[in-house]
Design a protein around this ligand. Structure first.
Ligand SMILES: [Zn+2]
Length: 125
């Protein structure tokens, strides 16, 4: 497989895995972590929201993240993020989707997909 095909496949697998989380599950996760009691550092509002275009899974953003490798190289890697934002000012908090998924559903096959995805990155480094 060429590099572009591997990347496209990896993005698709991330999105597919992240979309197994529902808005309610993500909100419960954030509440368990204390988000309800956490004021926004900009406007002090305590109301946080999660957007969902599809109405089921939380919206996801894909961003390049520079990750370190054993070799000392830094390679930008496209990763999926879940996010929530302050209802008062829009201040946004983003979380690695794979990290959230592993905390929420550690034994799920979806969490294992992320392991495979990062194996690909390690192989390319
Ligand atoms: Zn705010």
């Amino acid at each position: 497989m060429d590099k572009e095909t591997i990347e496209h496949q990896a993005y698709y697998e991330q999105l597919k895995a992240a979309s197994t989380v529902t808005v309610d599950e993500f909100l419960s996760f954030l509440e368990e972590k204390g988000l309800d009691d956490m004021p926004c550092e900009l406007c002090q509002c305590k109301e946080w929201a999660v957007s969902s275009l599809a109405g089921t899974a939380p919206d996801i953003v894909m961003k390049n993240v520079c990750g370190g490798h054993d070799t000392g190289f830094y390679t930008p890697t496209k990763r999926a993020f879940f996010y929530c934002f302050c209802m008062g000012c829009g201040n946004t908090k983003e979380f690695y989707a794979d990290y959230v998924l592993k905390l929420m559903k550690p034994e799920s096959p979806e969490a294992a997909l992320f392991d495979e995805r990062f194996e690909v990155d390690r192989d390319r480094a």
